[in-house]
Design a protein around this ligand. Sequence first.
Ligand SMILES: CC(C)(COP(=O)(O)OP(=O)(O)OC[C@H]1O[C@@H](n2cnc3c(N)ncnc32)[C@H](O)[C@@H]1OP(=O)(O)O)[C@@H](O)C(=O)NCCC(=O)NCCS
Length: 186
Amino acid sequence: MVARGSERASRLVLRPLTEDDQDEFLELAKDSVELHRPMVLPTTVEDFRVFLGRFGDPGSAVGLLVCVRETGAIVGNVNINSIIRGRLQSGSLGYAVFRAYAGQGYMSEGLGLVIRYAFEELRLHRLEAQIRPDNHASLKLVQRLGFRFEGVSPELLFIGGRWRDHERWAITSGVVGAPHPSLPRH
Ligand SMILES: CC(C)(COP(=O)(O)OP(=O)(O)OC[C@H]1O[C@@H](n2cnc3c(N)ncnc32)[C@H](O)[C@@H]1OP(=O)(O)O)[C@@H](O)C(=O)NCCC(=O)NCCS
């Protein structure tokens, strides 16, 4: 299924994260440290370069910015990580809003656009978000977009210096056009 709301005209656009975004991204990330804790986005040039390097092979991971259509302002970021083709056709989501734009529906809309992009352009079949059980804003976000709860994985991700339990929430594409060429026929 394609996420609710993704078909109507959006006040937002997606674009890839590039090295030209470094200064603006670092300012926004520094301003949002408290909101993002215990998750950490890069706040130094060195960390930004490592982060950007994760998206060097678009077949493996894609780093996107959610921007206001009219002004170009960056409101948040969404990564499609750990892209696996073959019989899985899956990706793992990481996302964050920047402080000045939190709680205004930007990420509901932006993540909706990412889901549509992942299913229609990348032709993925499944997206998963791993969410800490106390991350209420993130849990509300994925539920609003139609993700389903699939279970809890103990000590799944290393965040803020320790391995933390995470809920797994996922959405699948249904049939949206021709399958990716790497999908086996049988
Ligand atoms: C998770 C996170 C991205 C959610 O961001 P957000 O700004 O709360 O999400 P949205 O943009 O969808 O905003 C939702 C809020 O806007 C309100 N809203 C206003 N206009 C809206 C609209 N047009 N559409 C949807 N919601 C709207 C909603 O009612 C909701 O408010 P509520 O929380 O009081 O119910 C953010 O909390 C964050 O960056 N957290 C830190 C990083 C993180 O935890 N990432 C996820 C790891 S799993």
